[in-house]
Write a protein that binds this ligand. Structure first.
Ligand SMILES: CC(C)(COP(=O)(O)OP(=O)(O)OC[C@H]1O[C@@H](n2cnc3c(N)ncnc32)[C@H](O)[C@@H]1OP(=O)(O)O)[C@@H](O)C(=O)NCCC(=O)NCCS
Length: 385
């Protein structure tokens, strides 16, 4: 929307409050603390559904019938195989590359095996979306094995999405309860409004680039600590504090220095993040089961202190506060936490890119020029001081 000549141009830093697109995919109610995918409350989905079904819901707009679900899972199986040379990139990047660097590179690399990548029809781009979703458990699992100095394992049987990720990541048959917890974590990460990575995927698809490119943009954007990296840092803080009786002094010192406490606060939620509520009960369960009770008790104490101190400012635990502890208790390395976020979010990124593509308009905002308008005279480099 253009402003008339005498109107001051509207400028929102970080595009805060700016509506950039219409969507029917997901709704975040920051005041009521609700997260809804296509009309279904996240709590209802976590109690009754699974990641595969939620992925279908986001991509196709409705829950699948039994036949549609079978067909969707068949497509996952058909597309799940990773080219050997892509696995070679993971091995070559090795132990020391940040897993998000490896992940964005291999997703980009997948496009080179696809001769149809530039056909921007919805059907073709949806095929690409499903093929990337299908490959993510093996890719993220293989990256985890590699940073752990372990051999990449081959696919095994007909496991669910969450179970196959745990198998690829650990090389062990996953425990059913841990699988349910991972499945839930993936469901609650599947979509979340116009966050930075989703927005960057839309900007990319709006140029009629392909879903590989849009996903590579999204993964690159998720890498930053203000977006996907907070759970790793939240876990580090909980481990540094180490016991409930040390929490008060540690947090007071951080708050006095005006440092941000990782895993707390949210741009949209000004009440308890509904995703954190779901994860908290699993964090309690799994920490008990894996002898990490003190970790959970420390986290619980941090939460109590933070709500006392900053609750009235709308600062509550967010999804990242308990997720890191859960993954750690499952034996997963902290560096893989952000790729696990991507493993869940892949369905939301691609569903929103496909939705945008159906009514595409190239993103082209403006910047407010605040520099000198000149005209200045040009001085040759030989005479410049
Ligand atoms: C997510 C985040 C960037 C949102 O920031 P925001 O929208 O600018 O936050 P708000 O404007 O609501 O902050 C209100 C006040 O609470 C403070 N605040 C916000 N998050 C805080 C945190 N995690 N720890 C301590 N204080 C915090 C702000 O400094 C601000 O204080 P002020 O009123 O004295 O200026 C911010 O909360 C944050 O950095 N959290 C930690 C990182 C994190 O967990 N990210 C994952 C998000 S899912």
């Amino acid at each position: 929307m253009e402003n008339s000549k005498d109107q001051k141009p509207v400028f929102a830093r970080g595009l805060e409050g700016v509506i950039a697109a219409e969507t029917e995919i997901g709704f975040v109610d920051g005041q009521e603390g609700r997260l809804v995918y296509r009309g279904y409350d996240i709590n209802v989905l976590c109690e009754n559904s699974n990641y595969e079904e939620v992925s279908y819901l986001l991509i196709y707009g409705k829950l699948p019938t039994r036949d549609q679900m079978t067909e969707y899972i068949n497509q996952f199986r058909k597309y799940s195989e990773i080219p050997e040379s892509t696995m070679g990139i993971i091995r070559n990047f090795g132990k020391d590359a940040h897993p998000m660097i490896t992940l964005r590179t291999v997703i980009s690399n997948l496009a080179s095996y696809d001769s149809q990548e530039s056909d921007s029809s919805i059907e073709n781009q949806r095929r690409i979306a499903i093929s990337i979703i299908a490959k993510m458990p093996a890719l993220v699992g293989a990256i985890h094995r590699t940073i752990n100095g372990q051999e990449i394992v081959k696919a095994k049987g007909e496991l669910s999405y969450a179970a196959s990720f745990l198998y690829y990541a650990t090389g062990k048959n996953p425990d059913p309860v841990e699988t349910k917890i991972m499945d839930t974590a993936l469901m609650i990460h599947a979509d979340h409004g116009m966050n930075a990575s989703t927005f960057s995927s839309l900007v990319t698809i709006s140029t009629l680039a392909d879903i590989y490119s849009a996903t590579t943009s999204a993964v690159s954007t998720l890498k930053g600590p203000l977006h996907g990296g907070a759970n790793e840092r939240a876990l580090k803080m909980i481990m540094d504090i180490a016991s409930p009786d040390k929490a008060e002094a540690y947090l007071a010192a951080m708050i006095a220095k005006k440092e941000k406490i990782m895993g707390f606060g949210h741009r949209v939620y000004k009440v308890y993040d509904p995703r954190a509520k779901i994860l908290k009960k699993y964090a309690s369960y799994i920490s008990e089961k894996t002898d990490q009770k003190t970790l959970f008790q420390t986290a619980n104490k941090i939460e109590e202190i933070m709500i006392n101190k900053l609750g009235e400012k709308g600062i509550f635990p967010n999804v990242d506060f308990y997720s890191g502890m859960i993954y750690y208790s499952m034996g997963l390395k902290p560096e893989i936490f952000t790729p696990i976020f991507a493993l869940g979010r892949i369905s939301g990124w691609t569903a929103r890119s496909l939705e945008y593509l159906q009514n595409n308009r190239l993103f082209r905002p403006k910047a407010l020029y605040v520099g000198e308008k000149g005209p200045k005279s040009y001085i040759s480099i030989h005479e410049r001081q």
